[in-house]
Ligand binder design. Structure first.
Ligand code: ATP
Ligand code: MG
Length: 551
């Protein structure tokens, strides 16, 4: 279960709200999650949703999903669909209909005119490059644009003409008239509107000017009656502008912005921009590649929604930038899988074993538990037959130090079945092993093994009662632990982040089990890839390996 209580206690934002409620500042607490529809959501977004959602739930307030759609050049309706799908899958319900920043474009236009009329905004003719040049730096103050002192009536006319599409893209913009010498660069006459001749997925062709994030975000928050506008630390400086805009237009509500640190995870990236670089360079197969920390990737990999929420409710919310260990994320799914998931045998790298002293047509039924430590999960039958598969890594031609598996001339125990001894190796003309001839010891079934003579127990599967499956074994995408969103991420790729094997699973594994997650003994936890498997190809994604160093 989610450890909500701890989350509430730990969290500095809850303390702020608790105080506000004590001081009767608000009747109804309202929060929102405002994603830009320019990519799929990732685990960092879950942190933000958990925070916003749980506040609204705890204080019986409202939680809105607002699609922040002010930049149609990078947006796509498919991202909106995926955002909704991910939230539903996670079990987060938003209040009433999905909201869109574009719902408020008319009002925003009206507020922009108010600013112009109050001599607090002007139409600038500098282009983007010039605006940047005039802006200055942290050390050098900015310079006023030569168009800054245009008459109000001329600004109104030009802004209207901008809206009517009379000027080319990039030629004019509407800027707030604040202070080009401000220590806070965001306050150096920020752009409020820019021209974009771009079809918009919600407003179609209605607009050819679009508000910027800074202008639209605070107004959207205020229109919706958001009480606590929570965002990540990079918007700290923007807060002054957020307040400036709301203080200078005739809007009633004035939400308060609070910042918290972004979620970063070792060896992973949480930035849509960087994820799309990986997709463009075909490093990963798409937004739902299980190596990514996207919600769709983690879902495909086999993470449950509860494990992801548990993770986010337990990392806490602070103002310190930090990086969470990958092993903590893994431990959240592991504790669930350990209890709930049936165990079975599958062979990832098959090596055929022929039991010479076992009759061809014979089969022996073996009753085995679905979970060795939880008998309540029941039992099932498997079959022992003349031909079986073991894992290539469980056989060695020569004796090796500490090798506890099958060696030519020696014995090993097959899990839940017999002791076998390797007699002969058959190789092809390229010296590759084709199969191993063994003998089995009929009376070894169900008996304790003599550990001096038989060192190991290995897993196996009957050739006759198995079917082919592909196993996707994932590892970290990057070799660098604290990969930064500003790094050249392509420099730190782990070339072995995906290994694909053609092996075997029990013939009726999927038919007989409602569960689609399994522990394949000695290999790890796997999830049936229902999204990419088909009748000809069964795919299993590895959620977690069992061995710490098996990477
Ligand atoms: P990205 O860099 O991945 O595009 P973003 O902040 O631009 O992230 P948005 O779609 O604008 O993505 O984010 C929606 C909300 O999610 C914002 O309030 C943002 O602050 C929050 N958010 C984004 N990334 C993280 C993260 N890593 N940890 C916590 N919250 C995040
Ligand atoms: Mg963004």
């Amino acid at each position: 279960m989610y450890k909500y209580n701890n989350f509430y206690k730990k969290n500095f934002i809850f303390k702020i709200i608790e105080n506000d409620i004590k001081n009767k500042k608000y009747n109804l607490i309202c929060t929102r999650f405002p994603p830009e529809p320019n990519g799929y959501l990732h685990i960092g977004h879950i942190k933000s949703i958990c925070l916003n959602f749980s506040i609204a739930k705890f204080y019986k307030g409202k939680f809105f999903l607002r699609i922040d759609d002010t930049n149609p050049t990078t947006e796509n309706i498919k991202y909106i669909k995926s955002i909704k799908k991910d939230l539903i899958w996670l079990g987060f319900k938003w209040d009433k209909n999905v909201k869109y920043t574009s719902d408020y474009f008319d009002l925003m236009y009206k507020y922009a005119i108010e600013l112009i009329k109050n001599n607090l905004a002007y139409v600038d003719e500098l282009d983007i490059k010039e605006i940047k040049k005039y802006r200055g730096t942290l050390l050098v103050p900015g310079k006023n644009s030569p168009y800054r002192n245009r008459l109000i009536k001329d600004n109104l006319k030009l802004f209207e003409k901008m809206r009517l599409g009379k000027f080319p893209e990039g030629s004019l913009s509407l800027r707030a008239k604040i202070d080009m010498t401000s220590k806070i660069i965001v306050m150096r006459d920020p752009v409020l509107y820019r021209i974009k001749f771009q079809y918009h997925h919600q407003t179609n062709k209605k607009w050819c000017i679009y508000p910027t994030y800074d202008f639209s975000h605070c107004i959207s928050d205020a229109i919706e009656g958001i009480t606590h506008s929570l965002c990540t630390l990079e918007f700290q400086d923007n807060k002054i502008l957020y307040n400036w805009i709301l203080n200078n237009i005739s809007i009633k509500n004035h939400p308060k912005q609070y910042e918290f640190s972004k979620l970063n995870i070792e060896y992973g990236i949480t930035s849509k921009r960087n994820i799309s670089i990986l997709i463009k360079n075909k490093i990963v197969s798409g937004w739902d590649d299980p190596r990514l920390l996207t919600i769709s990737g983690l879902r495909r990999k086999g993470y449950t929604s509860s494990s992801l929420k548990n993770f986010c409710y337990n990392i806490g919310v602070t103002k310190q930038n930090n990086i969470i260990e990958m092993s903590f994320l893994e431990s959240c799914i592991k504790s669930e899988l350990n209890q709930l998931v049936p165990r079975t045998m599958a062979i990832i790298r098959p090596l055929k074993i022929i039991i010479d002293n076992f009759p061809l047509k014979k089969k022996i039924k073996l009753l085995i538990p679905n979970h060795p430590n939880n008998k309540d999960m029941g039992y099932k039958n498997i079959y022992f037959t003349k031909e079986i598969y073991i894992d290539v890594l469980d056989f060695s031609e020569i004796d090796q130090k500490n090798y506890k598996r099958l060696i030519l001339g020696s014995k090993v125990k097959l899990r839940y079945a017999f002791v076998i001894k390797a007699k002969k190796i058959i190789k092809d003309k390229n010296n590759n092993i084709v199969c191993i001839h063994c003998i089995y010891y009929q009376d070894s079934l169900g008996k304790k093994i003599n550990k001096k003579k038989i060192k190991g127990i290995i897993h196996w599967i009957s050739c006759l009662y198995s079917k082919p499956a592909k196993f996707y074994l994932y590892d970290n995408l990057f070799t660098k632990k604290d990969i930064n969103n500003n790094d050249n991420i392509l420099k730190f790729l782990n070339k072995k982040s995906l290994l694909i094997y053609n092996g075997f699973i029990e013939k009726n594994l999927l038919k007989n089990s409602k569960n689609k997650r399994f522990q394949f003994e000695r290999e790890g936890y796997f999830y049936f890839d229902k999204y990419y498997s088909n009748t000809n190809e069964i795919i299993f994604n590895r959620i977690l390996s069992l061995k710490k160093n098996d990477k």
